[in-house]
Every structure is written in C-alpha cells, then in structure tokens.
Design a protein around this ligand. Structure first.
Ligand code: SF4
Length: 357
C-alpha cells in the first residue's frame, strides 16, 4: 500500500493482510469453530502477550467481568485458555445484557465479524464511560510523527501517531501500535520540534492519530494547549478516535477526554468496522465513522441548552443520555466523499480509450 494510503486515516488502516487473524480469537471468519491454532505454543504465547496489554487495563479499572486470573495471564495453561474460549460462546448473551444495562450499542453484537484479533470478550471494545482512563493507560509513547502531510485532514498538516489502542478493531491497519509501550517516548525536544513545524504559514494544523488519542491524553493535552496558546485559531487540530461522539459525551467520561475534545476542531469518530469499509469515504475507512465539526456541535449544544433541550446542570459535553439524541454532532461542512472509486474508473477510462486510434 502506498505511503499516502497508509496515512489516510487511523481507522482506514483497514485493509491489512490479516496477519493477526491467526493470533486471537473471534477475528477469524471461522468464528469459534476451529481454535486449534491457539494451542500451538508460539501462537499461544503471542496471544497471551497481547491479552496482557488489555488485561493490564482491566486490572487498573477493576472491571473485568470475566475474571482477571485467566485472561491475559501470560502463564495461562492451554486448559485455562480453552475454558476461556468455551465461555466465549455465551458472550452474545453478556453483550445483550450489557446493552440493556448501559444502553449503548455493541459494535460487535451477535457478529464475531466485527471483533478484532485478540478481543477477549464481547464487551472489551465497548468500554463503559470512564472505564478506560488515558491518564493511567498511556505510557506517553509516540509511534510516528509525519511532517507536512496532506492526507490526515485538510491542507498541509503535521501528524502525531500515539501508541496504544484498546479497541482492537478487526483489520485495523495499525495493530502494530496497539501496545502502549510501542514507539519512542514523548519528550520536550519532540514537543518543541512539533511546535516549530507549525510555524510556516502554509501549515494548516496538527493531527492526532494512533493508536487512540483519547487514551493518550496527557501528552496530547500538553501539546494541544501549547499549540493553542501560541497559534490561537490560526492552526486547527484534527483528531481521529475509536470512540463515538456519543460515547465521549456520556456522563462519567473522564475529564481529560472532554478537555482534549474541547481543543479539537474536527473529530473523526468511531471504530473501524471492516464490513462497512468503503474506499469512497473521505478521511475515514468505514461508513459508521463521521467527520464532526466540534465547535459547531458545541454551539448546537449551547443552543439546545438555551432552548431547554438539555439540563443547565450538565457539565460541558456531559449531555444526559436521554438528551443526547436531541443534540446531534454536526457533520463537517467541508466533507466531500467520492461517488466513484477513482482507480476503478481510471481503468475503465483507459480500457475505453485504448485501441480507438
Ligand atoms: S480504534 Fe484503534 S483498533 Fe480501531 S482502527 Fe483505530 S487504531 Fe485501530
């Protein structure tokens, strides 16, 4: 894949070759039927290692409904892992119960197709509000920094790819940086260099991708505040996230996420869902994702507040669940999806023209 394509969107990294399919459970098209490869020692070790990252987070939040002693234990025996997979047969039920309880959409309900590699159970990429706390999860690692790119938002931009993502969407192109420890430490020298790269007039702004920016809030808040202090609104900030707008809005969302959201101009939201992948979408990989104008959305919320659609006591972005449907995120007015898949059309044009002279 061309480098340009690689940079297009953090959720558009969805056309991977499926290397990871052999590692985790539920990602493969064969569902739960054949898990024999997991009992290969090497694969089992890889699996246990990957699980460990997720498990570590649940240990911190104390919210692991499946029990922390088996899942993610690097020393788990084959029998323990086998028991784990047998339990996964009931995951749909768990998912349905949770959907009722928390009232949110399970992106993978009843369909293992949406489940990324190494997702241990049906709720693990559907965090409750506040369940994943970037202030605790982050290791302040940067996977990549790309200067003066034209693919990560409008205009010429500088893009920071943070390390670590808990969503683990199937066919995520950036699975190699799901681990929060991947990459290089965020340093003052790095921050200084990024700020300097924003100085040229032709640079429109800064972009956060990953990995999951909203689980790497300490470093991104620092640089976003600094960029705002130095450049005001003359540079804009885009961010991709696996969270949906509504998930970020839920009461109980950690304050660092809302603080970061308040510094962002354009948010591309939602998990990458492989079955909804489309090459016609601008700046996103699957049809469920949206390009949201954050200031316009906040203005809409303020208007809704004035109109009595939300409660005055709600904190910034803390729209009560029963009110959130009344305050939709405002889609960015600059959005231009394609209607034709250009490479395909080019081939047709070429075929039509060849041999006519
Ligand atoms: S949310 Fe995370 S797992 Fe999903 S596509 Fe983005 S980086 Fe990949």
């Amino acid at each position: 894949m061309a480098d340009e394509d690689l940079r297009r969107t953090h959720a558009d990294f969805g056309s991977g070759d499926g290397d990871n399919k052999a590692i985790g459970h539920t990602a493969s098209e064969d569902g739960h039927a054949d898990q024999s490869h997991l009992f290969d020692q090497k694969k089992r070790d890889e699996y246990a290692q990957m699980e460990g990252v997720n498990q570590d987070a649940f240990r911190r939040t104390g919210d692991n409904p499946n029990g922390s002693q088996v899942i993610g234990n690097p020393k788990a025996t084959a029998a323990q892992i086998s028991a784990r997979f047998q339990q996964s047969e009931t995951d749909t039920t768990i998912s349905e119960q949770a959907a009722k309880r928390y009232g949110h959409h399970d992106f993978a309900a009843k369909n293992s197709e949406y489940r990324g590699p190494s997702i241990p159970y049906m709720l693990s990429n559907n965090p409750k509000a506040g369940q994943w706390d970037g202030r605790k999860l982050t290791r302040n690692m940067i996977a990549a920094y790309k200067r003066f790119v034209v693919t990560d938002g409008e205009g010429i931009r500088n893009s920071i790819y943070v390390s670590g993502c808990m969503f683990r969407c199937k066919e995520c192109w950036n699975a190699s940086i799901w681990d929060f420890g991947t990459g290089h430490p965020y340093t003052q020298a790095f921050e200084d260099a990024v700020i300097k790269d924003l100085e040229p007039d032709y640079v429109e702004g800064l972009t956060f991708l990953g990995g999951e920016p909203f689980l790497n809030t300490p470093a991104l808040l620092k640089i976003a505040h600094r960029a705002r202090a130095k450049f005001g609104d003359t540079r804009n900030i885009w961010s991709w996230t696996g969270y949906t707008w509504e998930e970020l809005m839920r009461p109980g969302t950690t304050p660092d996420k809302l603080e970061l959201l308040g510094l962002i101009d354009i948010l591309v939201d939602g998990r990458f869902i492989a079955s909804q992948k489309s090459n016609l979408l601008q700046f996103r990989g699957s049809k469920n994702q949206r390009v949201i104008d954050v200031p316009a959305s906040i203005a809409a919320r303020k208007k809704a507040l004035a109109d009595g659609l939300v409660r005055p006591g709600d904190a910034f972005c803390g729209i009560a669940a029963e009110d959130s449907a009344k305050v939709k995120p405002v889609i960015w007015s600059g959005l231009h999806d394609q209607t034709l898949f250009i490479p395909e059309q080019n081939l047709k044009d070429r075929a039509a023209g060849e041999g006519t002279y």
